[in-house]
Design a protein around this ligand. Structure first.
Ligand SMILES: *Cc1c(COP(=O)(O)O)cnc(C)c1O
Length: 357
């Protein structure tokens, strides 16, 4: 098989033990003789996977007892609508830090009054706005903790006077989080937790039931709390792979260890971007993401962009083309991306520099 260093933004690299377990489970799930994609979701063998996945989330993220972890279909984009359905009564405030944040806000606007308290659209979302205060007359304040496309991240748990809601699609489980500071944390699984087809929602049960609107059954978090995320047929295969990914993460030592590894990878790559005369980073230094590292050719060297892309691809780099709105390159170095891949990319950048000095 071809050696690939996978930096794709999502669906993304997953730990090899999780992939291996998935392959085995496709042949024979838990000794049932049936592939995991064909087992009844009401079987006791499947129930054990659901229970284990829930308890691993609670253990790894240290989730308080009054919270529930839900596994849902529809991706993070459907969660944009869940958020507004379940929490918006009068007014909602959003921090506009990118395209995903704008899409989240759009769904809220469809259901009530919602607005951006601050935005970094003026500079292609290359920074996190800091000059704002969270309003106190809103039902919730919504943030996107990691902006996948632009490589900016809010790497701390902010204090909010109103219920705080976070889209953590692309940095969940990359660092310890104080879950008690949030009314809801949600995201698509395919950036750091598992395959596409699955969203997670960590919801404070006490924060629900405060809106008067009719909430369609499938869009009501309480439906899925009561149903143990099996009100309808859950996405069994993504959940299986997620569970294996959680086991891997726990086995590594959990989020403190994971965070250390992630910071080490990001620091090394950013240091090379800053050192290398051919490249420059696009995100404001103080807001740099440890998950998505965005960079472009240095001023005056833009003509080399396509050549570097081909050069890197020829050396096994996969998925480093930047999002079209930023251009250049993006290396997504999620949890399962090994230091070896970062080293390979750095070697590529150094070789390319030596050829073009
Ligand atoms: C990818 C992404 C989404 C959209 O996820 P889907 O599951 O494809 O709907 C939303 N928010 C952020 C921050 C993302 O990175």
């Amino acid at each position: 098989m071809k050696k690939a260093y996978n930096f794709t933004a999502g669906p993304c690299v997953l730990p090899q033990p999780a992939i291996d377990a998935a392959i085995e489970a496709l042949k024979d799930f838990a000794g049932t003789g049936v592939p995991v994609v064909s087992i009844s979701h009401r079987s006791k063998e499947w129930q054990a996977v659901m229970d284990e996945a829930r308890s691993l989330w609670k253990e790894i993220l240290n989730i308080p007892d009054n919270y529930e972890v839900l596994f849902l279909g529809g991706g993070a984009s459907m969660q944009f609508l869940y958020v507004a359905m379940n929490f918006l009564e009068h007014k909602a405030a959003y921090l506009e830090t990118g395209v995903w944040a704008k899409k989240a806000l759009k769904e809220a606007k469809g259901l009530g009054e919602a607005y951006a308290v601050a935005s970094s659209a003026d500079k292609t979302f290359c920074y996190i706005p800091k000059d704002y205060t969270i309003p106190t007359d809103v039902d919730y304040f919504h943030i996107t903790s990691n902006n996948t496309i632009y490589g900016t991240e809010i790497r701390h748990d902010i204090d909010s006077p109103v219920p705080l809601i976070a889209d953590m699609s692309s940095d969940i489980l990359s660092r310890p989080v104080d879950v008690s500071k949030y009314a809801l944390i949600y995201g698509g699984a395919q950036k750091n937790v598992g395959p596409a087809g699955l969203a997670f929602a960590i919801v404070n049960k006490d924060a629900l039931g405060k809106v008067t609107r009719y909430i369609p059954t499938m869009l009501d978090y309480r439906t899925h709390i009561d149903g143990g995320s099996m009100f309808n047929t859950p996405p069994v295969f993504p959940i299986f792979v997620m569970n294996e990914t959680l086991k891997w993460l726990k086995g590594l030592g959990g989020l403190k260890v994971m965070n250390k590894m992630n910071v080490a990878k990001a620091d090394k790559l950013y240091a090379e971007i800053d050192r290398n005369s051919l490249f420059r980073g696009t995100a404001a230094k103080e807001d740099r993401s440890i998950m998505n590292v965005c960079f472009v050719m240095a001023e005056g060297r833009e003509a080399l962009q396509d050549e570097f892309l081909a050069f890197a691809q020829g050396r096994g780099m996969v998925g480093i083309k930047g999002h079209r709105s930023v251009g250049g390159f993006r290396a997504s170095i999620y949890n399962a991306c090994p230091m070896e891949a970062v080293d390979a990319l750095i070697a590529c950048m150094q070789e390319f520099e030596a050829e073009h000095k």
